[in-house]
Design a protein around this ligand. Structure first.
Ligand SMILES: Nc1nc2c(c(=O)[nH]1)N[C@H]1C(S)=C(S)[C@@H](COP(=O)(O)OP(=O)(O)OC[C@H]3O[C@@H](n4cnc5c(=O)[nH]c(N)nc54)[C@H](O)[C@@H]3O)O[C@H]1N2
Ligand SMILES: Nc1nc2c(c(=O)[nH]1)N[C@H]1C(S)=C(S)[C@@H](COP(=O)(O)OP(=O)(O)OC[C@H]3O[C@@H](n4cnc5c(=O)[nH]c(N)nc54)[C@H](O)[C@@H]3O)O[C@H]1N2
Ligand code: SF4
Ligand SMILES: [Mo]
Length: 710
């Protein structure tokens, strides 16, 4: 062997020895796929490889986003020091100064404008510990009622519906394994194939086992291709579709009368109200053949088991809560819930979309899904926090309303942690203006996002490989993500940032946590006896038992795989059928001026506002701009060639997107993903009215016109 070759092998050996392996979970969707990131030093640069790890949910699978998630972490635009905005230029400063700036500005606002002038805007990318701490921080350190989070735009309609119907809000009522054995599945406004790709094998298995799959979506997608029957409805007509299905089921005597009698309240009222509803009109309104409604209703009701899944397609509507209730009504009417292979799933979106909506980040909520308006709940939490119940603020306002308060001057200071509302909020121009009006805006982010660019101070936050804590996944399984990679530069973990600000503001020992586990130990106590009871869960148990499904009442309790087998969570143990359909979709009709309907959503390669995935070269290469999916016939009518820049305009604003001809969408509907900013910010033109119950924006149906860009 030559010396050269020998040297080569020695270097290789040395390099192999310097491989680092980080155990983690993907930062993106609710599947929370477990993975290992292998870091290999190759001469002067590092190379990375993500490998899926066995776990009960994703079973070792990863999708392309998970495989490439590390790319944004190591991107050179990552912020690694606190940045102070000095006349529009971001200047690095130390933590000591940063904390002093925050504390001084917050104190001035408290003094001049009152405690409720301060506000907190959180995120479901945060761990349970951080979501919990953020709620405590707002109420105890800032003493403000003004806290809400990005999940308002995500899971709020699903949550209000589940709380009303079942008395509890856990996305999936059944273990994932049930999916593969069920006989019939309805997928309403969910694109799991692109949004939770590693869940697909459960559904593919169901199909192999002979399940009949029904999809409800204005577009043909990788998900609807799995379906035996596709109800390709007009955007925003899901209450009509659901009610028509229910009417047929009841009219043909296919209801499970015994189940209804024993386990459901409100049935008679729904039957009475449905009398005046005409299924033919519903089908016509939805733009689908009535025969499809009959076929779907008959098959779903007659099969021995069935499951229904909903997601943002039917929930991000001004009647989103009702749409979900309607589908839950179908399950209750057919007795297909609380049993093996029969149940409901509002498919959770963000990584901690489930847990982050349970522990007090919401305007009306205290930890453990307690109510901030319930005297007993308040007393219990006040005791855990060591404060007087009377000191706890009351209910605040929803995410979008925070920006309205900022606009009218009632809110003058804000902390945004882990969200990018300049792109993700409806009426994006207005949100930008409102944020600019604030006296003081501080954000915690990985990057100088479009929102952070408006901040007075930006704090460098830890990424998924560097931050420890629990994440509650799609199933309601509490999982533990270890922090295995050292923090780069001056980066701090979100839970540390919250504690540091609180301490600087003089909260004595209420935020003196030394680890995420210590925070979790307090969260356990705070959640005990609440609807989302985590008290039996510990880090040690999660490690040993591969996660635990809540509620988990004590250390001996094994957690809850399937909900409602004996009783529903309302006091009398029964579920409630809620009549829907009274609330007509009054706004948002097509007109001569705005003849098409815009809906929007996601593509496989990008995540939410794209701050992370647009900084991943492999993902960016797949889609580097917003395409406007349009039916070729419609495109020809408006003289729009394929692959051409188009101006899309609504009464609220306009964007520019590139046309992409496709017969996958309805002729009256265009689809544009919302992952891009600047002139491609879809939320500059989406409608600005809300579901009255959940305060979810009506993202998914806006009348628009299109013009070829000259
Ligand atoms: N790749 C990727 N995966 C993600 C995310 C991401 O950004 N990218 N985000 C995560 C998050 S936070 C969430 S909330 C989930 C979202 O997951 P989904 O809700 O599945 O995603 P969307 O694409 O918003 O919408 C789903 C489907 O609804 C359809 N739809 C639109 N309007 C209507 C309507 O009026 N009625 C009906 N029935 N259907 C309609 C769309 O055509 C689309 O196929 O995904 C999570 N996973
Ligand atoms: N038109 C339209 N609008 C929508 C939707 C839609 O379907 N259509 N969907 C809505 C839905 S479902 C959602 S969930 C929202 C999401 O809306 P956003 O919350 O605004 O979306 P993200 O892109 O997740 O923003 C997260 C920001 O926090 C940073 N970040 C990521 N991880 C961390 C972390 O661990 N700590 C900190 N401090 N920062 C972090 C990222 O860099 C990014 O800037 O958008 C909503 N908006
Ligand atoms: S994006 Fe979702 S499905 Fe894909 S690897 Fe990450 S957690 Fe898993
Ligand atoms: Mo979401």
């Amino acid at each position: 062997m030559t010396k050269q070759l020998l040297d080569h092998f020695r270097t290789k050996q040395k390099n192999a020895a310097s491989d680092m392996v980080y155990e983690t979970q993907c930062p993106f969707c609710s599947m929370q796929c477990k993975m290992k990131l292998i870091e290999q030093k190759v001469i002067s640069r590092n190379s990375y490889k993500a490998v899926g790890q066995e776990n009960p949910t994703s079973r070792g699978r990863l999708c392309i986003k998970g495989m490439n998630a590390h790319q944004h972490v190591f991107h050179n635009e990552r912020i690694t020091e606190p940045l102070l905005n000095v006349d529009g230029e971001f200047i690095p400063i130390g933590w000591e100064e940063a904390l002093e700036v925050i504390s001084r500005n917050f104190a001035t606002i408290q003094r001049e404008d009152g405690p409720h002038a301060l506000s907190v805007y959180g995120s479901a990318s945060l761990t349970n510990e951080e979501a919990y701490l953020l709620g405590k921080f707002a109420r105890v350190a800032l003493k403000t009622k003004h806290i809400d989070y990005n999940g308002r735009y995500c899971m709020s309609s699903a949550a209000s519906a589940a709380n009303q119907s079942f008395g509890i809000d856990r996305g999936l009522t059944n273990p994932l394994q049930d999916i593969s054995h069920t006989r019939c599945i309805i997928l309403a406004g969910t694109n799991i194939a692109e949004c939770q790709p590693t869940i697909m094998p459960y559904f593919e298995q169901a199909k192999e086992n002979g399940a009949f799959i029904i999809a409800v979506d204005p577009r043909e997608t990788a998900t609807t291709r799995l379906a035996d029957l596709h109800l390709q409805n007009k955007p925003g007509t899901d209450v009509a579709v659901g009610n028509a299905l229910l009417k047929v089921i009841l009219g043909e005597g296919l209801a499970d009368e015994q189940f209804l009698k024993e386990r459901v309240d409100g049935y008679e009222k729904v039957v009475k109200e449905l009398k005046s509803l005409d299924q033919n009109k519903c089908a016509e309104q939805a733009g689908i053949p009535i025969e499809y409604i009959y076929q779907a209703a008959r098959i779903f009701a007659s099969e021995s088991s069935g499951m229904i899944f909903t997601a943002r397609g039917i929930e991000q509507q001004i009647d989103g809560t009702e749409a979900v209730c309607t589908y839950i009504n179908i399950l209750l009417a057919t007795g297909k819930i609380g049993k093996p292979y029969s149940g409901f799933g509002a498919v959770t979106g963000q990584g901690n979309g489930q847990g982050a909506r349970e522990h007090g980040q919401k305007a009306d909520q205290l930890p453990g899904y307690r109510s901030i308006e319930d005297k007993k709940d308040r007393q219990y939490i006040a005791k855990v926090w060591g404060v007087d119940e009377k000191e706890l603020p009351g209910k605040g306002v929803s995410a979008y309303e925070l920006f309205e308060r900022a606009s009218d001057g009632a809110v003058t200071g804000m902390l945004i942690m882990g969200s990018n509302p300049v792109i993700s909020s409806p009426h994006a121009h207005f949100v930008t203006k409102s944020l600019k009006k604030l006296k003081f805006l501080v954000t915690a982010d990985l990057f100088l996002s479009e929102t952070s660019q408006l901040a007075d101070l930006v704090l460098p936050a830890a990424s998924y490989i560097e931050d420890e804590g629990t994440m509650t996944n799609i199933e309601g399984r509490v999982t533990l993500r270890e922090a295995s990679r050292p923090l780069p530069g001056e980066v701090r973990r979100d839970w540390q940032i919250i504690c540091d600000i609180a301490k600087e503001m003089g909260t004595k020992n209420k935020f003196s946590f030394k680890s995420a586990e210590e925070v979790f130990e307090e969260l356990r106590i705070a959640s005990k006896g609440g609807r989302a009871d985590y008290s039996g869960i510990t880090y040690e148990r999660i490690r040993k038992e591969s996660g635990i499904l809540w509620p988990c009442y004590d250390l001996e309790h094994k957690g809850t795989e399937r909900l409602f087998e004996q009783r529903f969570a309302h006091e009398n143990g029964k579920a409630r059928m809620i009549f829907t359909g009274k609330h007509q979709v009054t706004k948002g009709e097509q007109s001569e001026e705005f003849p098409l309907l815009l809906t929007n959503g996601r593509v496989m390669a990008h995540y939410l506002t794209g701050e992370q995935t647009r900084r991943s070269s492999s993902l960016e290469a797949r889609n580097f701009e917003a395409d406007m999916q349009i039916h070729p016939e419609t495109a020809r009518r408006y003289n729009i060639p394929d692959e051409t820049l188009v101006k899309v305009e609504s009464q609220h604003g306009k964007i520019i997107a590139r046309s992409k001809w496709s017969t996958d969408t309805r002729k009256d509907t265009i689809f544009v993903p919302f992952h891009w900013g600047k002139r491609q910010t879809v939320n500059r033109m989406v409608r600005d009215d809300f579901d009255p119950t959940s305060l979810m924006p009506g993202f998914k149906r806006t009348p628009v016109r299109i013009n070829r860009l000259e």
